[in-house]
Design a protein around this ligand. Sequence first.
Ligand code: IPE
Ligand code: IPE
Ligand code: MG
Length: 253
Amino acid sequence: MILGRLISSTRDIPEAVVVPRHVAIIMDGNGRWARKRLMPRVAGHKRGVETVREIVRACIDRGIEHLTLFAFSSENWRRPQDEVSFLMNLFLRALEIEIAKLHKNNIRFHAIGDLSRFDTPIRKLIADAEALTRDNSRLSLTVAANYGGRWDILQAVERMLQAHPEKRSDFTEEDLSPFLALADAPEPDLFIRTGGEERVSNFLLWQLAYTEFYFTKTLWPEFDTAALDRALESFRKRERRFGRTSEQLQAKE
Ligand code: IPE
Ligand code: IPE
Ligand code: MG
């Protein structure tokens, strides 16, 4: 199983780490990358898949245990129909091609989000990929698809109350957290957003409570291993206080 103590509540203080155990990324800027080259937006999405391959490899080499990628938000259905269809096909093809390779490399694949809105072939590929790679332990790769942070909190409350109806009037963070997406991973240590926007766009709202944020203007298709290393270097310099004072941390050292 993947290492790392699970943090299920803001009442816990995680251990300090030099290399983040869990990195969560909003892969943004594909459309602008393509438009800059006078190509259709979707060419940027295609190119973005290659970036995913490079970043997965780099995360493994650096000992990162969990990588969570925002591939499609619950709001992305608002895009033009042909872009949405292209993304669905790309997702399908990437799953078909990559899953065997992920498995060979001992990577555990997982998808989070409201998958009920996807067509059956995609849902089947996801389910098969999850089953095939379930026991892999090198890197846990989670793809957020039709995911929204608010949806996640609501579905967790709903499932918790189904499992424990008696908790209706009294429940804690620890009661809820097992029902949230990513319950099997420590909360992200580092959040990266490429593409220059400095917002969360309904990504992991609950899980990012104490995550370090890193924004870069680099567009996702250009985000390479060196760019990842710059984000990791920035992370190393942060002092994660979790509510305490700097003096308290130094005294502990
Ligand atoms: C991110 O790139 C990929 C998805 C949201 C699917 P964008 O498509 O948002 O690219 P920009 O932000 O328009 O450049
Ligand atoms: C966020 O990017 C979602 C993904 C990268 C999958 P968007 O491009 O959809 O975000 P906004 O609309 O600029 O906030
Ligand atoms: Mg965008």
